[in-house]
Structure formats: structure tokens, C-alpha cells
Design a protein around this ligand. Sequence first.
Ligand SMILES: [Zn+2]
Length: 329
Amino acid sequence: MADRLIYVGLDVGGTTMKAAAVGDDGVPLTHPVVADTHPERGQDVGLATMAETIRRAVAAANLSLAEVAAVGVATPGLGDIPAGLIIDPPNLKPWKNVPVRDAIAKALGKPTVYQNDANAAAYGEFWVGCGRDAKSLALFTLGTGVGGGIILDGEIVTGEHSHGGELGHQRIEPPDRGRLCGCGARGCLEAYASATQVVLRAREAMAGWRGTTELKRFYTANDDEFTAKDVFDLARAGDACALKVVDDTAYYLALGACNVTAVVDPEMIVYAGGMVAAGEWFRAKIDAYVRHFGLPYPTKSLKVEFATLGGDAGFIGAAGWARRMTQGK
Ligand SMILES: [Zn+2]
């Protein structure tokens, strides 16, 4: 083990954080160690939990910190990536201006790199996931919101304000008539294609549906609740109303993919998050719209894929970015 380079990746979310030691080949040495983030307890507690979770991950792999080459930390935006600073992320309230990279480096005495969580997930898929043979990719994470990350020739696109690759906030409708997004603007892709918005659009579709729909029956039978997964399941079972919602989701995602292709022309578009559990049936729908809307030449060989690392992509990518920044590979 001593001649092997080991990295630790930590992926911090609003509810939980997870970390694991990852080998030079991108394979985690153990299942990730998970801890509650408790952002409401403040950033000092948060930083202490982060350092402790990394230590636990090292111990879980039967290693000591001395055997770790570098550490990668990923958190949800807003951050200043070159400065290693968490600025003011909505799901880590009330944290503000947290010098996470330097604090973790000091607590552990290890070279530490910092990234946005979706960028880290994109890098994980690029390094050892579905993009392992690709030179470039753009990743959309479909969850409560729509995150994004772009990798071009092995580099994460961060941009001037660490907002490079914020694919969920590209406009797919003009701001004067688009749906309201979590960022406060209108017409963003996130306001159409996040899991949260799939549920909202399904409720609207159901309310205006002429004729019978299983969606409505399901909704009533489940105390006026359903999830994006329920909408996908009902669509797959043939309900026309649910199918329209899923079809529109594929359409919006394809618009986003075509915009990204026009801007950076990646080799591969990748979707991650809970919705990709819908599988090939849903991927094929997005793919068909991409072929329909896309610029003919680049979309001819553009690959449209679903991510393969699941919830591990963030910490694997954070570890991979630590490797990239310290070893240059
Ligand atoms: Zn937005």
C-alpha cells in the first residue's frame, strides 16, 4: 500500500456529507463514511465535522493520514473556487465566507483542493465513470435543482466567477415569460427540469388535463402527494398525462444539451441524479430531441449518456481533482 498514491474525497451536501479514500485508479477503497452536515450548527462545527469525516474515511481504509497524498473537498455553490471559499450557499445556511480549503488543509496537514459539488461529480464521471474514455463532457445533475459541470481536455471549467458550468441556469425561455427559478430569475432550465419542477409541472398538467389520468387517481390516493419517480413510473405504465410531463422534461433537457453543444462542443452530455433511474427509455427520449434540435455536425457524434457512478461521483471526483492538482494527471 505504501507505494500507492491515495487521495481522500469529501462531498458535502446540505443534509449529509460523505468521504472515502480513493486509489490512484479512481476506485474507492471502502464504502463512504457518512456524517450529518447540520449546517444550522454553524460553520465551525461544519468544518470540524468535515475534518473528522475525512479522518474516519482514512481509518476505515486502514490507513493513516501520512499515507494520504492529498484531499479534495466539494461543496454546493456559491463558492470562490480559486480562493477555496464557500461564499453563501442556499443549502448550507447560515454559513458565509468559509475558507474551507485552507481550514481543512490546516486541520489535517495535507494538500487540499476545493471544488463545487457538481463540478466534482462531472470530474468523477470524466475520470472513471461513463466519460472515462472521453476527452470532454458536460454533466447535468437532476435533483432538487439542476447542477452542472463541464470538463474540457481534462480541465474543469470554472470561469471568472466560479460560475462556469452552471448549466441549470441557462435560459431556455425568455425571462419575461419563463417559469420562476430557485435563483430568482425566470426561464432557467432548472425551473423546468429539476425533480422538484417535474412534480410541479405534473400537478399543473393534471389540473388542466381533459379526460382521465392515473396521475390524478394516484395523487388523491396518496394524500395529495407524488414524487418525480411516481410521475416517471406512471408515464412508463402508459398514462398520457404523466407521459406528456416526462416527454416535455426530455425536450427541455435536450434544449439545454444543444445550447451547451453550441457553446463548448463536448464529446458527451451526461445526466446524473435520481431521474436517471428511469433508464434507457428516458435517455432515448432526450437523445431523440437532441438529434432533432442540435446543430447537425456536432450532434451527429455527440454521445448522450446517463452517469454510472451514482452518489459516489462527488467524492470520487473530489479525490480525482486532488490527484489532478497535485500530480498533474
Ligand atoms: Zn436559475
